[in-house]
Design a protein around this ligand. Structure first.
Ligand code: GLV
Length: 327
């Protein structure tokens, strides 16, 4: 008698190819209408599921896990996994996985898009064209600042931070970084980057890019005190997670001209970002699209599916976050 396939729930719309792959190995409950589950409904839908493929919009907490007694694995379609209570998963023997690696370059590209866009005020000047404010060329019109030959400070020098640093080579920038600990000397050489203290980075950088994962330790890593240590000409880029920056403090400083500008892809309380951001001209705002190219999102969804299938087949998932959960 053939064994029945494991049952998995996919909480958000994914690509057809992802579903086709999952269906080869699992019985799949999909959500191609992409209506996000409320927490209680998610618990109900998971009651008889062995696997969950979820996104950063889904909270995997003890209450959800308690509602899903058969659950063996949770596959996040993201590299960041602050939406998942990993110790709670481990305690229940639930393997949690993420999608590192496949999104490094696309996310680094987006950080650079925000750097260049903020430096050259690109969304502001486009708004001015659309508003009919462009009446002709002027020498001192909407002046920006140079990215080339400036100092780039990267906070968080993992794979994405390193990809951001490598891109600085063509712009002949000085690259400094801060990390929990310095990266290996050969990686420093490849990135042409020098390790400095957090305070040195805040004081010396023309562009500061945040690329640390969100955790209780990095909550409000940038607040009033840190913003005060930056140059008045500095531009802050947050391409990692909302909550790493104290948004209210940032808005206050941007209003007062305490720093030059900010390029943001992530916010506290997404998608309801602080409405004060919308009133500022010295910000470039993107809606959490760091990894959002077709090729990268397809690769992320497929990697999440492969992680889930491996876990449910009793194999070692390629990106297991909590090996202690494997029983
Ligand atoms: C996106 O934000 C991710 O963590 O992959």
């Amino acid at each position: 008698m053939s064994q029945s396939k494991p049952r998995v729930l996919v909480t958000r719309e994914v690509f057809d190819e992802t579903l086709d792959y999952l269906r080869q190995h699992c019985e799949v409950v999909d959500n191609q209408r992409d209506v996000p589950y409320a927490p209680e409904a998610l618990g109900k839908a998971l009651a008889d599921c062995d696997g969950l493929m979820c996104a950063l919009t889904d909270k995997v907490d003890p209450a959800l896990l308690a509602a899903a007694p058969k659950l063996k694995s949770v596959a996040n379609i993201a590299v960041g996994y602050n939406n998942i209570d990993v110790p709670a998963c481990t305690a229940r023997g639930v393997m949690a996985t993420n999608t590192p690696g496949v999104l490094d370059d696309s996310t680094a590209d987006l950080a650079w898009t925000l750097m260049l866009g903020t430096a050259r005020r690109i969304t502001e000047v486009e708004r001015r064209i659309r508003n009919g404010e462009w009446t002709g060329w002027q020498l001192k019109q909407w002046l920006g600042v140079d990215v080339h030959h400036a100092t780039l400070g990267i906070v968080g020098m993992g794979r994405i931070g390193q990809a951001i640093a490598r891109r600085a080579f063509g712009f002949e920038m000085k690259v400094i970084y801060h990390n929990r600990k310095p990266i290996a000397p050969e990686l420093e050489r490849k990135c042409n980057a020098a390790y400095v203290s957090f305070d040195e980075l805040l004081a010396q950088s023309d562009f500061i890019v945040l690329q640390v994962p969100y955790s209780p330790q990095t909550h409000h890593l940038i607040g009033t005190a840190q913003l005060a240590k930056m140059k008045r000409s500095a531009i802050l880029i947050n391409s990692t997670r909302g909550g790493v920056v104290d948004d209210a403090a940032l808005i206050d400083v941007l209003k007062k001209g305490g720093i030059r500008g900010a390029g943001l892809d992530v916010y506290e309380n997404e998608p309801k970002l602080n409405p004060e951001f919308l009133k500022l001209d010295n910000v470039v705002l993107a809606p959490h699209v760091g990894s959002s190219t077709e090729a990268t999102r397809k690769a992320m969804a497929m990697l999440a599916a492969q992680n889930l299938v491996a876990a449910l087949q009793g194999k070692l998932p390629p990106n297991l976050i909590n090996p202690e959960a494997r029983r």
